[in-house]
Design a protein around this ligand. Structure first.
Ligand SMILES: Nc1ncnc2c1ncn2[C@@H]1O[C@H](COP(=O)(O)OP(=O)(O)O)[C@@H](O)[C@H]1O
Ligand SMILES: [Mg+2]
Length: 264
């Protein structure tokens, strides 16, 4: 039975959709069957990241009960995707998402759902469907206030909040550190991704980040996250990264804890 991972943040532009595609790609490279779903129903753009521009069959059709979920699946090179419609004229009920994905959990090892930057039925639908939730944040005060709000919404519902992904890190001392963020939010930091101009560059070519930059720090960190989610050991791609283990980072420790919890 597959697992559903939801990527949430009530703030736009933090890197939710970029994380969905990068993580999907990484999990598929571990040999898993992966489906990405665009749960951002009012302003969908997962398809636009992956060159699925104006799909005929979408999540909107599924939620309206017009087609079976499996018929909205578009096959891409490394993973499959259910896009949403850019011309969503009639209302749908986002809370049906969990139920609609039930059958596909038998076909896929992992289903990753993208979400909208707003507190509404859509984000609730994405949250309710999840087995694991990650909040994407950037390391600055304005975003952190939204991150705390997102975490509160998830915790109030008793949904399975697994961790934080800190994105677009400039590695400057004016930024909040992973330790500060973890202390404030009381949520384990599971990945820290640097700011990398190659992320938008890859997207402009409709490529996943790993296809464009297989050896970048972003790719390496996403691979580490994917490995821990799957209970697999990750081999560092560069010798110097092995020295991380002499003084492990917060996210390395948290990933190890998560990894070990899978075998309890
Ligand atoms: N690690 C990163 N470094 C640099 N730019 C990034 C990074 N992650 C995302 N971006 C860029 O930030 C913008 C917003 O990303 P996106 O994934 O669409 O955010 P969201 O889905 O949260 O609105 C995009 O232009 C994307 O290319
Ligand atoms: Mg997005």
């Amino acid at each position: 039975m597959g697992k559903i991972i939801s990527i949430l943040s009530l703030k736009g532009g933090v890197g939710k959709t970029s994380t969905v595609t990068a993580l999907g790609d990484a999990l598929s490279k571990f040999g898993k069957k992966v489906l990405l779903v665009d749960g951002n129903l009012s302003a969908p753009n997962l398809g636009l990241h992956l060159n699925v521009i104006d799909p005929e069959k979408t999540l909107h059709h599924v939620l309206r009960g017009e087609i079976n979920p499996k018929d909205a699946v578009h096959k891409l090179e490394n993973f499959d995707i259910i896009p949403s419609s850019l011309h969503n004229k009639s209302q749908v009920n986002p809370l049906k998402l969990k139920d609609k994905l039930k059958g596909l959990k038998r076909k896929y090892d992992l289903i990753i759902i993208d979400s909208p930057p707003s507190l509404n039925e859509e984000s609730r639908g994405v949250m309710n469907a999840a087995d694991n939730i990650f909040i994407v944040t950037t390391p600055d005060y304005p975003t952190m206030s939204t991150t705390l709000k997102t975490a509160k919404m998830i915790k109030q519902r008793g949904a399975p909040l697994t961790g934080l992904i800190i994105n677009k890190v400039y590695k400057k001392n004016f930024e909040l550190s992973a330790n500060d963020i973890e202390k404030t939010t009381e949520i384990p930091v599971m990945a820290v991704l640097p700011h990398d101009i190659n992320v938008p560059k890859a997207q402009s070519k409709f490529k996943t980040h790993a296809q464009h930059n297989p050896k970048s720090e972003v790719t390496d960190e996403i691979n580490r996250l994917a490995a821990s989610l799957l209970g697999k050991k990750h081999k560092p791609i560069k010798m110097k990264r092995m020295f991380r283990w002499i003084k492990p980072k917060r996210q390395d420790i948290n990933r190890t804890i998560f990894y070990e919890s899978l075998f309890e």
